[in-house]
Design a protein around this ligand. Sequence first.
Ligand code: ZN
Length: 254
Amino acid sequence: MSFGRSTSAKPALRHVANRYGARQQRRTTFLRTTGVLDFLYENSKSGAEITLRLGVAFCLRQFHGLITELVRGAWVRYIRQQNLAALGDAADLHEFLFGSERANLSVVRGVLREVQEDECFYCGRDLRDTSDVDHFIPWVTYPVDLGHNFVLAHRKCNGAKSGRLASEEHLSAWVERNVNHGIRMGAEFDRLGVAHSLDASVRIARWAYSRTASAGGSTWQEGNVLVPLPPEWERAFTRLASASCPTVPSAPFR
Ligand SMILES: [Zn+2]
């Protein structure tokens, strides 16, 4: 799905920005005073400088793209949750907060075509030139651009799915694809400069589906067909446990 700049949403966004400033200041004070960042540097509770622990600078540099995506995504989700009445789903908060540097998703088209063997991820029919790169866990649910979350689909299928979660059948196919091709896809994402973490993508998927399961929500199958999420939806993830992927804790990724 795509998001354009919405001029009608600007007053609401400015209102949110003003409200958010004070709240963010309180959060920063909380971080400064509770010492929860001890894993990054020793918190001496005094002085005007910090010294990063051994290896922290390397990791921050190495995983800069991934960390940026996750932090921005969490920030957008937080602000949207706190301002649902004012914003709804229409405003492109990501662009408002961080500028229009949204990733060019078309760079992953080649690797997705290869692992999907030129077939639409959702309907399985041959892809044509008008295919879309789709966020499997919808952008509106968790606004991050992580490589393993992308699938290639017909524009029509992508449009029909819109901001919904895909059915358990599609979820199983997504897990299967990442079990079979996840490592190779990761290497290609590195080459293309696309942020990725299969572990993080799976945690986000678990969180999104558990939220829908708790609410008794429906999922998208095809066209305008919605189906319930079965109680045993977590079985879709069992392949990951037996594969060589990292262990995935059941706690939501927040
Ligand atoms: Zn299709």
